[in-house]
Design a protein around this ligand. Sequence first.
Ligand code: IMP
Length: 428
Amino acid sequence: MPAYAVIGGQWGDEGKGKVIDYLSERVTVVARFSGGNNAGHTVLNEKGEFKFHLMPSGAVWPQVTPVIGNGVVVDPDVLIQEIEDLRSRGLDVSRLQVSDRAHVIMPYHVALDQLEEKGRGNGALGTTGRGVGPAYVDKVARTGIRFGDMLDAEGLRSRIEQILPHVNDVITKVHGGEPFDVQDLFQRCLNWRDQLLPFIAPVEERVRAALGRGENVLLEGAQGTLLDLDHGTYPYVTSSSSSVGGACAGLGIGPRSVAGVFGIFKAYNTRVGAGPMPTELDDEVGEAIRQRAGEFGTTTGRPRRCGWFDGVAARYGVIVNDLTSGILTRLDILDGMNPVKVCIGYEVDGKPIEGFPAQINALEKCKPIYKDFAGWTTPTAGLTNWDDVPLEAKQYVQGLEEVIGCSIDVISTGPNRHETISRKTLIP
Ligand code: IMP
């Protein structure tokens, strides 16, 4: 039962979109299992450049059924817009399927996300403001609305009537915001239902059937392990399970179906939003990486915080996800830099510590211990063959493998699908 998970190994933005598009050649289903339109996955291939927020990144392959699983929270307006945009570019999106168990990001979730962030003042998390956190809160509080609920108009209306008074109390009395209207929300839901009806389905059955037939299925992670609700740098995390555990829960499949877990690591580190980042470079080197790599959020346009590769955090990601392969992206960004540094340990008050701390205050005190690698002068940009990689870049990759404890089997050397070095076939 060959499912393969693609998981962000850092704080998101590792280049999962490119990798998923690259790996989708031999799969029939690409399924999102967590997060929402806080994600932004960029894909560049012969059909052009695509920036997906909800649409699975394998969607441009004609044999792929793109699936949005139960673990995803979906803003219907964003999904409808994405479907329209892709259609206008000549892409056939008719195979898309959205789980009837997936939760809807309602307009009040977006309002609450922004009001709550404002209310946090200096303690703001730096959320994307897309309503993702509040939608998951309602899911857990059992006051969410799921896509399947939209298929029963009368039931939906009474559900909104039941839920809205409390939501409005919080919005108006706690945050001083504007209340929402039952009839207006009900009408919006009916409009969404009319437009999305062809896509809403019990998709978990479709995924299980594909696995049962022995077809390859790609489980598309969003965000990254360090933003995982449980395993990330809590509370500076997203509100879903972005590590591999979320794939089973977010698609209704068992762990025995997962034949491979691929962790995506950028050749350096970035983070958007607040929270500790031990290797952050608040200097001209960090700025050089940001400018050269265009490290600005796909979803919010915010400048990303940049720094050297954090081997301690990455090793933790390898363990949490039990990775079978590492995939390194954006190696070309380090072309011409000298030296290239990798954090191989943390120290607190001059004393080395073990592991990746769970407590945010402890992580904030950690100082990186760096190992310097010689830079390379021959560019790696666009390379497709490991033998052509300059020796120093090979030594850098081997150094990363040692520190994270996982082999790096694929290396991306540019945004285009074909700018990829394969050292091992990941999906047979
Ligand atoms: P939320 O997911 O919008 O609630 O944001 C929580 C934290 O996760 C913030 O620091 C965001 O910047 C971060 N975040 C959410 N989605 C992504 C992503 O796709 N890439 C990188 N950071 C993200």
